[in-house]
Design a protein around this ligand. Structure first.
Ligand code: FES
Length: 116
């Protein structure tokens, strides 16, 4: 077995990218929640880049897509906990974090990669 074959054998399959919306569907600074598998994913457009995070706030379950963006974070609409859009950490306690997901644009479609 070659090293490349072994590498393929060792690496688990990556989850597929799933289309959630078309480019242009979100306005700058806007978020929207989309179902992906069994999860809800909050997708935001910030400075012409799409960002995807878990939509479920770990405090009491608000939809983070309904929150607002400020200082590189999304703020929960209910009690204003702020989560970094870079790594999902809660600003007040980095031991708590929401998931962040890879995003790509293909053929005018916004796609997210969400582990199952
Ligand atoms: S539900 Fe998000 S901060 Fe309370």
């Amino acid at each position: 077995m070659t090293d490349d074959q072994q590498k393929l054998f060792d690496e688990p399959d990556e989850p597929p990218f799933v289309t959630v919306c078309k480019v242009g569907e979100l306005d700058e600074g806007q978020g929207k929640a989309f179902p992906v598998g069994r999860r809800m994913v909050a997708v935001f457009l910030r400075e012409n880049q799409y960002i995807a995070v878990d939509d479920f706030c770990p405090h009491q379950g608000a939809s983070l897509a309904e929150g607002y963006l400020a200082d590189g974070c999304v703020a929960c609409p209910w009690h204003h906990w702020q989560f970094s859009l870079d790594d999902g950490t809660w600003v007040d306690n980095p031991k708590i974090a929401i998931d962040t997901f890879s995003v790509r644009v293909m053929d005018g479609k916004v796609q997210v990669q969400v582990p199952t």
